[in-house]
Design a protein around this ligand. Structure first.
Ligand code: F6R
Ligand code: MG
Ligand code: MG
Length: 366
């Protein structure tokens, strides 16, 4: 049975600034999806991470399907009405186009989709992050799919022995999708060369070279490419199939114990550590720290089990403590140096106008 997993997410308003959506907003999105799902969806799951709402859907219509995307778009429109009625901050902020045109790509919401023949057992992970951008997944994906120091399966499992193909997108290129395919392990240094630049090169998908099957899909939208100005961070979603020909769940999760510094947090303009959090968590400290949640599922004939909240395990409390320490340490240096993103990433914000004004006041001494 060929199935599609689609996750479409958007920030359409939140309580207290950018903390989290309201119950009424969640209910209105949920009611819409529920009412429209008949004949389209096999199953769905709704959650939020920070101020972003994600609709995870299973169906048989393939990636990029107009009806599936419209269902999500209309659900976000319905949610926006609820957000406006409650005076939520940033109501409808990620819906950047007036009218739906076939597909949510390029319209604001983030999307990640996987199509595959369902295995007799089909475990997969759904990740959602807030106050950061898609490059946040570069390191975890590199470690999980290409580094035997992280993933012993690369040595121990025949299913993983052929390695993985990384499809990497240049997200600064605005004319069309500009992508490169690189193979681990032989292209390892080239993969690392690109992935270190998280604001430009983003893993879009990962494929098993042994079976040819797709392992991972990441949303790659750049809101400022669509809006031409800063309209919020590109809080990314990701789907990862696990076990058998793919890394084990624990191999995919291990890198999140690092709490790496990622782009985002306050005003989308800083470098702060990524904290693994429970499902349906808001944000707090310095509009952050950047957070990532992960729901594990099994599915059969497109029907999902209940989600397992993998970062709710007590192990991750220690990691959260470590990440909080890193976050506080970084904030001690305020705007200085590595604490903020480079100017090239801030150029869509108001700082460019300020620099222009200051430029007029510069004088060249004789
Ligand atoms: C992401 C997020 C931030 C804000 C950014 C700008 O979820 O909330 O990236 O979009 O801090 O916020 P405003 O619009 O309040 O200036
Ligand atoms: Mg926001
Ligand atoms: Mg957000």
């Amino acid at each position: 049975m060929k199935l599609t997993l689609s996750v479409i997410k958007a920030d359409i308003g939140s309580i207290g600034g950018h903390i989290c959506p309201s119950e009424r907003l969640m209910d209105s999105v949920h009611n819409h999806v529920n009412d429209q799902s008949e004949g389209l969806l096999l199953d769905y799951y709704l959650s939020y991470t920070g101020d972003d709402i994600a609709i995870l859907m299973t169906h048989e219509r393939g990636p990029g399907d107009e009806k599936i995307h419209k269902l999500a778009w209309d659900a976000f429109l319905a949610g926006t009405e609820a957000a406006k009625a409650e005076g939520l901050y940033g109501a409808g902020q990620d819906l950047l186009k007036e009218a739906f045109s076939g597909n949510v790509r390029g319209m604001g919401p983030a999307v990640a989709e996987l199509e595959f023949d369902e295995r007799p057992n089909e475990p997969f992970l759904f990740f959602a992050a807030d106050k950061t951008d898609p490059g946040a997944y570069n390191l975890p994906l590199y470690l999980a799919f290409a580094d035997p120091m992280n993933t012993p399966g690369l040595m121990l499992s025949p299913g993983l022995a052929a390695g993985f193909r990384f499809v990497i997108m240049d997200v600064n290129y605005t004319e069309a999708d500009r992508v490169i395919e690189l193979n681990a392990p032989e292209d390892l240094y080239d993969i690392a060369t690109l992935l270190r630049d998280t604001e430009r090169y983003v893993v879009e998908s990962v494929w098993s070279r042994g079976s040819g099957e797709q392992a991972a899909a990441v949303s790659t939208s750049r809101l400022h490419n669509i809006a031409g100005k800063y309209t919020g961070k590109d809080d990314p979603v990701m789907l990862v199939r696990v076990q058998k020909d793919f890394p084990a769940t624990g191999e995919i999760l291990e890198p999140y114990a690092i709490g790496p510094y990622v782009a985002g947090c306050m005003r989308g303009s800083h470098q702060m550590p990524l904290m693994p959090v429970q499902l349906n968590s808001g944000i707090s400290y310095f509009d952050g720290p950047p957070v990532v949640s992960c729901a594990a599922f099994a599915m059969h004939d497109g029907k999902l089990t209940e989600p397992v909240d993998v970062f709710s395990n007590p192990f991750w409390n220690t990691v959260r403590g470590h990440v909080a320490d890193k976050a506080i340490d970084m904030r001690r240096q305020g705007f200085f140096g590595a604490a903020m993103l480079p100017m090239s990433e801030l150029e869509y914000t108001g700082i460019m106008k300020k620099l222009e004004t200051l430029d007029d006041r510069f004088r060249v001494r004789d």
